[in-house]
Design a protein around this ligand. Structure first.
Ligand code: NAD
Ligand code: MG
Length: 394
């Protein structure tokens, strides 16, 4: 029998992280959780550690590490508890780790995802912000170090599955006319512009089809999530912005499509369950059981499609603008959005002011391309400071 493959699950306590552990648990002969990380939900991390018995756990600081280590010893679990951002990079590079699930939310997930790339790992990428902030650098690092990159975002997994299997990053050579990203439209798809003035964080997090972390839920409600995904698709598949189209498809059954020159459209369908793209990224080119219900076409009824409304949801337009502007514009867009979303979730900013803060950051912050990771991180910090001032002024 072959040895199970070692996985580091970064962001294990989150929505994607927990779904990843669910898939791992179904295949103990194939996969072993070598390292798990969590930021705040340390009770959940403790439970996961008791169940999966990883070699390493990573928490944010020394005090929580000491606390967790004590509780684990009492429970007879011998995992070593590390702490800090550096430890995330360390576990992403361990020789016993074959694949890294990058499921931390936000730009905070970039350094560890990059470390996995430098260590030549198989990267299962949920953290789309890594590609938005540092797309060029990230893709170059993957290539240079012989890492492999498998998208976990359901749309990008769908595109990956709908492309030719030997796709080498040249849309024209593969006869591709465009990539069509589907969007559910989020919880506010049918709401009037006026009613968006009053919406609360709980309204925004009440997604019709998916259960996700709060940040991505707000992004889905503002359509910024789709904007980030447009930028993600550009880097993953080398498609120019004009060859990426967004179609609102409220049922979230078609996860995305590729349209070819001869008129063919290849699509990937399935129940809206993240375990499908997670299992696909883990096992590709094999297909493994993921606990996902089969799609029942007889109970599906109709699938519908509409154009996104960029007036009510300007974040999608801002993301396209940032991608076209190039340089550090996507990094600035992302940083300002993270600040604005967090302020909205804390009750310090109205939902409709999220695109205002992002638009103002794009207009004010220097967008010229940084040449290094440090440059990008200081641009990210500058955009955050500017966005915080805008939030305070709103
Ligand atoms: P989540 O909020 O449920 O989980 C986030 C995880 O990151 C948690 O484990 C948390 O402890 C950890 N984390 C947060 N801040 C951190 C920090 N500063 N340092 C270290 N760890 C930190 O989020 P999620 O919904 O699982 O999303 C994770 C990523 O996957 C995001 O980038 C999101 O865009 C992407 N994604 C999620 C889904 C989904 O269905 N949830 C789908 C597609 C893509
Ligand atoms: Mg998605």
């Amino acid at each position: 029998m072959t040895k199970p493959q070692g996985i580091a699950v970064l962001g294990a306590t989150g929505s994607v992280g927990s779904n990843t552990l669910d898939v791992i648990a179904r295949h103990p002969d194939r996969y072993r959780a070598v390292a798990l990380s969590g930021n705040r939900q340390l009770e959940r991390l403790f439970e996961q550690a008791c169940r999966f018995r990883p070699d390493y756990l990573v928490v944010p600081d020394a005090a929580s590490a000491a606390d967790l280590a004590f509780r684990l010893r009492s429970a007879g679990v011998s995992s070593q508890v590390l702490h800090g951002a550096q430890a995330l990079e360390q576990v992403a590079s361990l020789p016993e780790v074959d694949m890294v699930m990058a499921a931390i939310v936000g730009a905070a997930g970039l350094p560890s995802a990059l470390a996995a790339a430098r260590a030549g790992k198989r990267i299962l990428l949920a953290n789309k912000e890594s590609l938005v902030v540092a797309g060029r650098l990230f893709m170059e690092t993957v290539r240079r170090h012989g890492a492999s990159l498998y998208p976990v975002d359901s749309e990008h997994s769908a595109i990956f599955q709908s492309l030719p299997h030997d796709y080498a990053g040249n849309p024209d050579a593969s006869g591709i006319r465009k990539i069509i990203l589907t969007a559910s439209g989020g919880p506010f798809r049918a709401r009037s512009a006026d009613s968006l003035l009053q919406v609360t964080p709980d309204d925004a997090c009440n997604h019709p089809n998916w259960v996700m972390g709060r940040k991505i839920s707000v992004d889905s409600a503002s359509l910024m999530n789709k904007g980030l995904e447009v930028i993600e698709a550009h880097w993953l598949f080398s498609t120019p912005p004009e060859s990426i189209e967004v179609v609102v498809h409220p049922q979230s059954v078609i996860h995305s499509m590729v349209q070819y020159r001869d008129g063919s459209v290849m699509a990937q369908l399935g129940s809206p369950d993240m375990r499908t793209p997670i299992a696909c990224a883990m096992a590709w080119p094999e297909r493994i059981e993921a606990g996902v219900a089969s799609l029942d076409f007889f109970s599906l009824g109709a699938l519908s499609f509409e154009a996104p409304d960029l007036e009510r949801f300007p974040c999608l337009r801002l993301a396209f603008d940032a991608l076209r502007a190039g340089g550090d514009a996507p990094a600035v867009l992302n940083a300002a959005n993270e600040v604005a979303v967090s302020a909205f979730l804390d009750g310090r900013l109205r939902f409709v002011d999220i695109p205002r803060v992002v638009g103002e950051a794009l207009a004010a912050v220097d967008l010229r391309a940084s040449q290094s990771l440090d440059g990008l991180l200081s641009r990210d910090a500058e955009a955050r400071r500017f966005a915080e001032q805008q939030v305070a002024a709103c």
